[in-house]
Design a protein around this ligand. Sequence first.
Ligand code: FAD
Length: 453
Amino acid sequence: MVLDPAQEGVKRPRMAGPVADVYDCVVVGSGPGGGTTAALVAQQGGKTLLIDRDPMPRFHVGESLMPETYWTFERLGVLEDFRRIAFTRKYGVQFVSGDGKESRAFVFAEHESRASAMTWHVERAELDCLLFDTAAKHGADCRDMTRVLDFRLKEPGEEYHEVTLQLHDGQRRTVRTKVLVDASGQQAMIANRLGLKHVDPRLKKAAIWGYFADAERQPPEEPEVTCILHTEDKQAWFWYIPLSDGRVSVGAVGDNEYLLKGGMTPEDKFQWLREHCPGIQRRLRNATLTTNLRVAKEFSYTTSQRAGDGWVLVGDAYGFIDPVYSSGVYLALKSGEWAADAIVDGLRAGDVSAERLGRWTAEFDQGVHWIRKLVHAFYCNEFSFGAFMKQHPQYGQNLTDLLVGKVFEGDPGRIFQDLDPWIEKSKALGRDCSMADHGAMAMSESAPDAFLC
Ligand SMILES: Cc1cc2nc3c(=O)[nH]c(=O)nc-3n(C[C@H](O)[C@H](O)[C@H](O)COP(=O)(O)OP(=O)(O)OC[C@H]3O[C@@H](n4cnc5c(N)ncnc54)[C@H](O)[C@@H]3O)c2cc1C
């Protein structure tokens, strides 16, 4: 049964009906990771339960997508829905320096000929709800307003895990499942229980963000892009993501200590940063904040084990790097897709061992490793895309591949053979490029590429 909570006027589940006692696969969390896993396991014949504690659609941060998301959306069959929903099209990325210098946008299509060269800025409530509905369409039993209260992982020799749920009407039910997928996002249900979560000491960041009406948009003839704008003191950066409902998602990211400690409220700190970021000041000149500001911190971590006997992690429950290159949703989709194939293979073979369910994780980790290295470079004051690329223009395509998310094919780590020593040399020379210089260098007329130099 499909209900429309908006029409009902009260919080009602989007999907309801009796819960079965036994499943092949229970997926906890219906973000991009969980929605994808459930859809693909169900599509391939697995009896699947997808649950989320929130009513769908539900709010979530993370609106800017990476181009390589295209292929999972194509496999899920939702590209046609994207056209109907008319999400804002994202054609590239633009960097703006701390003194307000605007780089020419890096337009993906100038470097990437595949259909994925164009991507989207999405309202996450709509995207995640679309994936929830898609999982239902493919045959998964989908429940929102249904929370995992507890779970017991199976002992050796047992066939099923037990998952205790609180249903939308408050009733408790325990279901049994051969495979348990943790797609609970930053709740990281299994990793927290088993002590597998490790915060990245180099990325102790926080974010303060909100949604603005009447903020500046690109003129119609200009391609819409995600902007990364640095503050004057080079200690923080803003994201600027124009959405299809006319609003713009604007968030500040900086070290936890810098952003949230020091005596200012998040509201005052956001305002202060806004006043000290010329690029944002201009864009928000006539804008009105339409929501409360929200805060997130300590969101960057990794996990030391990604699969066990009959369980597997996907999306943020597996790990999260940083918002700067918009890789979160992409990695949630990709891990969801690969986990689903491993689950189906394991169920068919009657072998849902850690080895079988986690067979994809080494390759996944290798790709994530290259994105993480580029994130570390971004936050390194001795690094400048521009200065590096001027000396090493041969890496133009390689850098493009990293920025669009093409990290699971070819040789995406090649660039680091020269980039790592370049950063070390810069440190030894005491060169302070600072993150603000990524944009400033993009202004250089002698540069072989507008963004890259
Ligand atoms: C500040 C910030 C900015 C970001 N910006 C971007 C961006 O621009 N682009 C991008 O690609 N990514 C961005 N991200 C990352 C992105 O939001 C995540 O990577 C992505 O949402 C992960 O998807 P997921 O499916 O793993 O988890 P989620 O989308 O978090 O979904 C997890 C779901 O699990 C449910 N859940 C949790 N516990 C339970 C329980 N006990 N029972 C039932 N359900 C439960 C939750 O309700 C939730 O719906 C950003 C992240 C942060 C912190």
